[in-house]
Design a protein around this ligand. Structure first.
Ligand SMILES: Cc1cc2nc3c(=O)[nH]c(=O)nc-3n(C[C@H](O)[C@H](O)[C@H](O)COP(=O)(O)OP(=O)(O)OC[C@H]3O[C@@H](n4cnc5c(N)ncnc54)[C@H](O)[C@@H]3O)c2cc1C
Length: 478
């Protein structure tokens, strides 16, 4: 029988915050000492190893969490190793009464959490799990027949019919009874590369952690929510919230965001809430589809004739496709760890439809490079772009990268910022430099094939090839 001084372990995962944290609140209400634990597991198959950019983010996020927890008298214990062993050892070592965590929904994460729960039951340690990171539990939003949704609009309607999301929970009260428990130093984990220009650039753009998340939210609500519905599609403007990496690591909860805009009416607020709905939908899809980053949601795509195209893949990764809007996006990703949503759609479509490269290659690249790389949002959006996902863009709808650039970066300022070698070209031709006359190119200091590449493929020819590939797929599945 555990004594009343037996601690409760709060196991932090994708919920690196102190505010609106149900597992933490539960633990504080138990009136026992609290141990806050974060496990870095580089050995087990799940979680999928973090990419370079999310490792960078995690470092800052854990630093921030440590500070926030100390303010309420709780030390953060960092331990590295296979998750089950780490949680079991800590529970045994401290004689813990319970372990509490906020639920994850990816099938691989659910399986791991179940294993940890079983290990705790074997030890006689209580397990408490809480709903914290989605507005609606995926298992609660079902079709009339009790199944899962494959289409966004009815999913979101059914979700909203479940009632308003709960109000965010208050900060826990000060504990000031820290237990002495050994752990690793964050610096030992070397999550951030030493002396890296790339890492310095990221530090200039982002402030990982709960404080940074709350500041971004209030700045967005005060200054950018008005006009969001239109500005959100413009990569040349600061029109979106940039909350995605904060949400990815749970430094802010969707409930906090929902309630910050709950009284706002009109198309801007509706559109913003709908984007949170897409996040919910993608987690719902991930909950119901094992290995979303590897398996097509629509199995007929298993027979799609993707091409092995190493050199084109590399050109795409490096932002040297010769299509300025695609290249600007890929370079924004490299420089800042983030890419505007409209440009993610264009760049993803270009890889899978113009270059016929398997969407999994693009997903892996984004996974490694995005600070918001998310186990549900990344693969679900890639499958959306490839046409293989749930409620996906049909494969035959092929973005024209020139037209997209002209529409969404009409003055060319986004391209100028990330593809500076084209800065001297006027809009709209900046989106199709090969249409610019020789003298004009010369005046702008552009030599195609030298200072900036020729297009890797011709748009019209690539479109025809993509449609032929789709025909082959249809024929093979008939
Ligand atoms: C190929 C591709 C890959 C993507 N990979 C990721 C990823 O790994 N992680 C990620 O969080 N988003 C991903 N997205 C979705 C989207 O691009 C980002 O969520 C968005 O750009 C984040 O910017 P923001 O926070 O300013 O968005 P805002 O417009 O301010 O939206 C607010 C929040 O809503 C959610 N949201 C917005 N758009 C989408 C969307 N299309 N799908 C799901 N949720 C959305 C995000 O959580 C976002 O933070 C991807 C999109 C594409 C096309």
């Amino acid at each position: 029988m555990p004594s009343s001084s037996a601690p409760v372990i709060v196991w932090f995962r994708d919920d690196l915050r102190v505010g609106d944290n149900p597992a933490l609140v539960h633990a504080t209400e138990a009136g026992r000492p609290i141990i806050a634990l974060y496990v870095l597991d580089l050995i087990s198959e799940f979680p999928r190893p973090l990419g370079t950019a999310t490792r960078w983010w995690l470092h800052g996020s854990l630093e921030s969490l440590r500070t926030s927890l100390l303010r309420v008298g709780i030390p953060l214990v960092l331990r590295c190793g296979p998750t089950i062993d780490v949680v079991r050892d800590l529970a045994e070592e401290t004689g813990a009464e319970a372990v509490a965590w906020n639920r994850r929904y990816d099938p691989a994460a659910v399986a791991l959490d179940n294993e940890v729960a079983n290990a705790m039951h074997d030890l006689g340690v209580k397990v408490v799990t809480c709903a914290a990171n989605l507005l609606f539990e995926p298992s609660d939003v079902t079709t009339k027949a009790g199944g899962s949704f494959r289409v966004f609009t009815p999913f979101w309607r059914a979700a909203l019919q479940r009632g308003a999301p709960r109000v965010p929970l208050p900060l826990p009260s000060d504990r000031s009874n820290p237990l002495k428990v050994s752990g690793d130093e964050l610096s030992e984990w070397t999550l951030r590369p030493a002396q890296s220009e790339w890492a310095h650039k990221l530090s200039r753009v982002w402030q990982p952690g709960e404080q940074g998340a709350l500041e971004r939210l209030s700045e967005f609500v005060d200054r950018r929510l008005n006009g969001y519905a239109r500005a959100r599609d413009r990569p040349d403007r600061e029109g979106t919230s940039r909350l995605s990496p904060h949400l990815r690591f749970g430094e802010i909860s969707p409930f906090q965001i929902w309630h910050a805009v709950r009284n706002r009416q009109g198309e801007d607020a509706d559109r913003f809430r709908m984007e949170l709905g897409w996040r919910e939908f993608n987690h719902h899809i991930a909950f119901h589809h094992q290995d979303l980053h590897e398996r097509n949601v629509q199995p007929r795509f298993d027979a799609f004739p993707w091409r092995e195209n190493e050199s084109s893949l590399q050109e795409w990764q490096e932002g040297r496709t010769g299509y300025p809007i695609v290249d600007a996006g890929m370079r924004q990703l490299r420089e800042t760890g983030w890419m505007h949503n409209r440009v993610r759609m264009i760049a993803a479509s270009f890889l899978v439809k113009h270059l016929l490269v398997d969407w999994r290659e693009g997903e892996r690249w984004f996974w490694n490079r995005l600070v918001d790389a998310d186990p549900a949002n990344n693969p679900a959006n890639w499958q959306w772009a490839a046409g293989s996902g749930a409620d996906a863009a049909p494969f035959f709808r092929i973005f024209n990268p020139i037209r997209q650039g002209e529409l969404f970066d009409p003055e060319g300022s986004y391209v100028r910022r990330f593809v500076p070698e084209l800065a001297g070209l006027p809009a709209p031709q900046i989106h199709s430099p090969w249409t610019v006359g020789e003298q004009r190119l010369k005046d702008a200091g552009v030599t195609l094939g030298k200072t900036y590449p020729h297009p890797v493929v011709d748009h019209k020819a690539a479109r025809e090839m993509a449609l032929d590939a789709l025909k082959d797929l249809r024929n093979s599945s008939e």
